[in-house]
Design a protein around this ligand. Structure first.
Ligand SMILES: Cc1cc2nc3c(=O)[nH]c(=O)nc-3n(C[C@H](O)[C@H](O)[C@H](O)COP(=O)(O)O)c2cc1C
Length: 206
């Protein structure tokens, strides 16, 4: 199959969304936990979390345009803290359900049966059932001119990972944790058969 931008624009919106969203391949998928200024807890699934840098530890994600109320965004702006929580098969249905458009007064924790969990430090709720939990504070916000989305960057303030999943080197074993990835908005996938290579240098031949 071969398409130009013009061909793509002639296709129905749903087709464009699913093609472009699945085209680059599976991505990480996380539940973002937040708390509003009135104390309402909120949870939503996001597939756009990226590594921004390790020193300082920064992670970012894309927020859809603010054409309708985006609870995750408003809560982060109000309280500055948010959490990233990974998915595994036992919580998949509940995690996916958090993408439904609940009223701001309704907690997705209560609606899906996932359990809010707090640390002493973080002002946003973690997902107790998740295996990797990351607490962050809002660092920067960038407006994307091309489509009105926002790129939010958070600074990692604390992490929780099961001991057995972290190697001496610092690598996290996501196969052991059964961490899921996602292609597009609906196709969740397991991470299997990782292949770890040595640091590539010019002249290395394979
Ligand atoms: C698999 C999946 C990935 C998603 N990724 C994103 C994303 O990266 N950015 C975004 O703004 N919305 C994303 N969404 C949509 C949000 O989950 C959805 O808009 C949710 O209702 C937001 O909740 P909130 O208004 O409580 O923040 C995704 C939905 C699904 C099902």
């Amino acid at each position: 199959m071969q398409l130009t931008l013009e061909d793509l624009q002639a296709r129905p919106a749903a087709y464009r969304r699913d093609l472009i969203n699945t085209l680059p391949g599976p991505r990480g998928v996380h539940l973002i936990g937040t708390k509003g200024y009135k104390g309402t807890e909120n949870l939503a699934v996001f597939s756009s979390v990226v590594h921004v840098g390790a020193s300082p530890p920064l992670l970012g994600f894309i927020m859809r345009p603010l054409t309708v109320p985006r609870h995750t965004y408003h809560h982060i702006k109000a309280n500055q803290w948010f959490t990233l929580n990974t998915l595994h098969p036992d919580i998949l249905e509940a995690a996916h359900q958090t993408s439904a458009n609940y009223a701001i007064k309704d907690s997705e924790f209560a609606a899906t049966g996932l359990t809010p969990q707090y640390s002493d430090r973080c002002k946003a709720p973690y997902v107790k059932e998740s295996r990797v939990k990351i607490g962050l504070t809002l660092e920067e916000e960038h407006h994307i001119g091309g489509n009105g989305t926002l790129f939010l960057i958070g600074r990692v303030q604390e992490i929780f990972v099961p001991d057995e999943a972290v190697a001496e080197s610092g690598h996290v074993d996501h196969q052991l944790l059964r961490t899921l990835t996602v292609a597009g908005l609906d196709t969740y996938q397991r991470t299997t058969d990782p292949v770890r290579l040595s640091y590539a240098r010019p002249g290395n031949k394979r």
